[in-house]
Design a protein around this ligand. Structure first.
Ligand code: ADP
Ligand code: MG
Length: 211
């Protein structure tokens, strides 16, 4: 994936999040404060605008620019978490201009580690990590089996979708939803859901299907 593909990933993420903002907000209304869709839509739209202005001319700088945009504009707990994820992913790419499957795997892992370090959640706590963790693993398995970027990102997106659904029966142990205790059970996590959207956007772009 080159710089243009990374820009396309950000645009496709913004498009999907804008389209699904209502659903994300409904999920957050059930176990949080109902702002996740609004927060992320604002953050991604700002990131797209920043990219239009910025001279981000490597995949790494595209991702660090998005990270900055998300941190400054998203709000809520998810802004700093996603912002850190994109910044760490961007840093891990260094100044490489063409990202292969192995390097993208490293970037996804860096995103996961960034969120885990900042938010101190573990898998099973009903957060973003419950979509991202399985996605990183599925991505790496696909690459080990000889899968290319398109195959590995598709495997990651499918694992994120499954992971997101598996948050339904979980008890929330981090973030606002944890205040609900047992009442958080039975609702899918908004952050895991938005993560699945972002990874589906990645798979779409890697398959060459984004506009
Ligand atoms: P807020 O909870 O401040 O309103 P958002 O609604 O934008 O923020 O985001 C809520 C989402 O953030 C949750 O659904 C969850 O996935 C994610 N989240 C919250 N705390 C953490 C954490 N410590 N680690 C990972 N993800 C978290
Ligand atoms: Mg919220």
């Amino acid at each position: 994936m080159d710089t243009g593909d990374f820009r396309a990933w950000v645009r496709e993420s913004s498009r999907l999040i804008t389209e699904q903002a209502g659903e994300l907000t409904e999920l957050d209304a059930a176990i949080g404060d109902g702002d996740h869709g609004i927060n992320l839509r604002r953050g991604f739209q700002a990131a797209v605008e920043m990219l239009d202005d910025a001279e981000a001319n490597t995949p790494g700088t595209v991702l660090t620019t998005v990270g900055r945009g998300l941190i400054s504009k998203t709000g809520g707990a998810s802004g700093p978490l996603y912002g850190t994820a994109f910044r760490q992913a961007g840093k891990s790419l260094g100044d490489v201009t063409d990202v292969d499957a192995a390097r993208l795997g490293g970037a996804l892992e860096a995103a996961f580690n960034g969120i885990q370090q900042l938010g101190a959640a573990r898998e099973g706590d009903k957060t973003i990590l419950d979509a991202l963790g399985p996605a990183v693993t599925a991505y790496q398995v696909a690459v080990e089996k000889g899968g290319d970027l398109a195959a590995a990102t598709r495997a990651a997106a499918e694992a994120a979708d499954r992971g997101r659904h598996e948050t339904g029966p979980m008890l929330a142990r981090k973030g606002r939803a944890s205040y609900l205790g047992e009442r958080s059970i039975g609702h899918e996590d908004p952050g895991a859901t938005s993560t699945a959207l972002i990874l589906n956007a990645l798979a779409t772009v890697a398959a060459g299907e984004a506009s």
